[in-house]
Design a protein around this ligand. Structure first.
Ligand SMILES: [Zn+2]
Length: 220
């Protein structure tokens, strides 16, 4: 099976419109959320306000989507000691499971700071069953479920070529992970771009859309 996973980070107010689009094309995504940053505001390019959702009000919003951990407060993992790292994930899991009333097993590394020591600590000390790492690679099969790489960012100028190539690969099973943030659709004027991409995934019969945990369950 040729599996496409949509993995989107940070849980901002633009997830609402994005999820409407996902529903329109009968697709599901994995949303990597930080439960310690409700209503947090920052500015993209100094003028675009980016607001985090208040997750406690979002149980219905993410009902058909996979909710995954992205740490409690989005730190650089390489700046944390072991106890802080474990706390950042386990407390996020406790909060997210309470809010969404479902088991959370997927994790996406915030920023691009990660290494094998961090992955080993997460594996041994949390309930996380898969980790999306920050690296971008062309391979269609991760080395294991704790080292899932990104294949393309949603706005990769070659994304349709890459997906075409992926659609015709000869592997029995393969995975293509597309990552990004819904606020990028707004600040980069990319709502049409993401809709075109979702439509392509929906209409390409060779591709099967899954959430990250579904893909991992299928592949490993
Ligand atoms: Zn993030």
């Amino acid at each position: 099976m040729k599996i496409v996973v949509l993995s989107f980070d940070d849980g901002t107010i633009y997830d609402r419109k994005f999820i409407e689009l996902l529903n329109k094309y009968h697709l599901r995504a994995t949303f990597n959320l930080n439960s310690g940053l409700d209503d947090y505001v920052w500015y993209y390019n100094k003028n675009h306000e980016i607001r985090r959702l208040n997750l406690k009000e979002c149980k219905d919003l993410y009902r058909n989507q996979e909710v995954a951990s992205h740490t409690l407060t989005h730190p650089f993992l390489t700046s944390l000691n072991k106890d802080e790292l474990i706390y950042q994930i386990n407390q996020d899991l406790i909060n997210l499971e309470k809010i969404f009333n479902k088991k959370i097993t997927s994790f996406a590394v915030p920023f691009d700071a990660c290494n094998d020591k961090i992955i080993e600590i997460i594996k041994k000390n949390t309930k996380i069953k898969n980790i999306r790492c920050p690296c971008i690679k062309d391979d269609y099969f991760p080395i294991d479920q704790y080292h899932i790489h990104i294949n393309a960012l949603y706005d990769d100028p070659l994304i349709f070529d890459k997906l075409e190539k992926f659609s015709s690969n000869n592997l029995e099973n393969s995975l293509f992970v597309i990552a990004g943030h819904s606020y990028e659709f707004e600040v980069k004027n990319d709502w049409e771009k993401i809709e075109k991409l979702l439509k392509y995934i929906y209409t390409n019969l060779k591709l099967t859309n899954m959430t990250m945990q579904e893909a991992v369950d299928y592949l490993f």
